[in-house]
Design a protein around this ligand. Structure first.
Ligand SMILES: [Zn+2]
Length: 67
């Protein structure tokens, strides 16, 4: 099962890990662009939604598992 439904505050894994060695990113802003923050070093990047969906591998932790 592979779901690509993501929400604010979910932690996701990207196809490429961050140079700091961590591959866990928290979604901290959801809009036309998406801001994700590296859980390892706190670095954040803003990427277009389309690109995010292409680069996101899977959701590691759902912020709200019930939804
Ligand atoms: Zn990092």
């Amino acid at each position: 099962m592979e779901t690509k439904s993501y929400e604010l505050n979910d932690v996701v894994e990207m196809k490429k890990q961050h140079p700091c060695g961590t591959n866990a990113w928290k979604i901290i802003r959801l809009g036309a662009d998406i801001r994700i923050k590296c859980e390892g070093c706190g670095h954040s990047v803003l990427i277009p939604r389309r690109e995010f969906e292409k680069k996101m591998k899977k959701i590691i932790t759902k912020a709200n598992p019930e939804s």
